[in-house]
Design a protein around this ligand. Structure first.
Ligand code: FE2
Length: 370
């Protein structure tokens, strides 16, 4: 039985409220600017309390600065000897997803990490089993993730106290992130998105590691290949899209957090990105629009923009033949290339079950227009 949070340490909740902690806040009547400690009265606590989502409304980040990105995958040996010499791999589908056993990410040298970036770009998503990653400690986890780029500091969602580089995904009987973020009056909570595409330099090779997962089944992450979504379009349609740019916005996310007295650590940005981007290493073209953050096509009348985006969003969501379900077992780490994939979480497990996962999110290049 897991020790309760109260048995481990009084959990500090910093003036929060957010996607994950609305109920908790209501319970403790936290003031917007206060910093308080509280014991969680929710029975067994999380197995990894260090990574409990942390919100501090006084935390502020400066605007994200532009940096030069050299992709780790560009340095990789295409044969991937440092990554795959002792590995067994199984492709989950032809277009996307490979499950890997026999490799310990924590043991990879620089060349191995470069090859991991290339392999993730080629296969879109890598599901590593039997990893020691969650037990490495935050310093080492951040060090590994930084190999791929500077880590994005999330402007609104829960991070880890003392480690702003982590975005925490947390759900238990008292915190239903699905209902709080997506609303309760919906048939489905599925929302396809890559992470934080409003950034001028959106994420590249991203890590998602599970700390606690519904036992047996549930809580998978769906992924779709934005490369294959693009490839399915007819040549004339592809050509038409290639000149276009779309605006991705952080405003909705910030408004959502403000409404719940949550943090807005950085003022929300809106960024123009190409509708079709080219991967800097593989050269593959990929759709780069998503219903999570893409708001409109530049230069189009609203109805034109709405209609085109709806078509593309539906096309991606319907593409069951270029999607996977990444399943989680204890010690699974999922590595995805955020430039060429979209994903949603699935809300198919009992509401009382805890799901706790962490994501360090390295940022990549300014998207290259196709
Ligand atoms: Fe996500």
């Amino acid at each position: 039985m897991a020790p309760s949070v109260a048995e481990i340490v009084p959990v500090t909740i910093d003036s929060d409220t957010s996607v994950d902690d609305v109920t908790l806040l209501k319970k403790h009547s936290l003031d917007k600017s206060s910093v308080v400690s509280a014991e969680l009265k929710m029975g067994d606590g999380p197995l990894f309390p260090l990574y409990y989502p942390h919100f501090d409304n006084t935390e502020k980040f400066p605007p994200t600065e532009i940096f030069e990105h050299v992709d780790a995958g560009s340095r990789a040996d295409p044969a991937k000897p440092h990554l795959l010499a002792n590995a067994t791999t199984e492709d989950l589908t032809p277009y996307i997803g490979t499950e890997i056993k026999g490799v310990q990410i924590s043991q990879l040298n620089q060349e191995g990490l470069d090859e991991l970036a290339l392999y993730a770009a080629e296969r879109k998503v890598l599901v590593f089993r039997d990893q020691d990653f969650k037990d490495l400690g935050p310093d080492r986890q951040v060090e590994i993730a930084k190999h791929f780029g500077p880590i994005q500091l999330h402007p609104t969602l829960g991070n880890v106290k003392g480690y702003r580089e982590f975005h925490v995904v947390y759900h238990d009987g008292q915190h239903s992130r699905f209902e709080e973020y997506g609303g309760s009056n919906r048939l489905s909570k599925i929302q396809w998105h890559p992470d934080v595409t409003y950034e001028k330099q959106p994420p590249c090779t991203t890590f998602f590691f599970s700390l606690e997962q519904p036992s047996n089944t549930g809580g998978d992450t769906l992924f779709a290949s934005q490369v294959e979504a693009y490839n399915r379009l007819s040549p004339g349609f592809q050509q038409r899209l290639e000149g276009l740019r779309a605006v991705h916005s952080a405003v909705h996310q910030a408004d959502f957090s403000r409404k719940r007295n949550g943090p807005v650590r950085r003022e929300p940005v809106e960024t123009s990105h190409p509708v079709v981007r080219k991967h800097p290493v593989t050269g593959e073209k990929a759709l780069f629009v998503n219903p999570g953050f893409t708001r409109y096509i530049e230069g189009y009348k609203q109805e034109e923009s709405d209609s085109l985006l709806k078509f593309l969003f539906d096309h991606i969501a319907r593409g069951a033949d270029f999607q996977i379900r990444a399943t989680y077992k204890p010690n699974t780490v999922v590595v995805g290339d955020n430039r060429v994939t979209v994903h949603p979480a699935t809300n198919d497990f009992p509401s009382k079950v805890r799901r706790h996962a962490v994501r360090p999110t390295p940022q990549g290049e300014i998207p290259i227009p196709a």
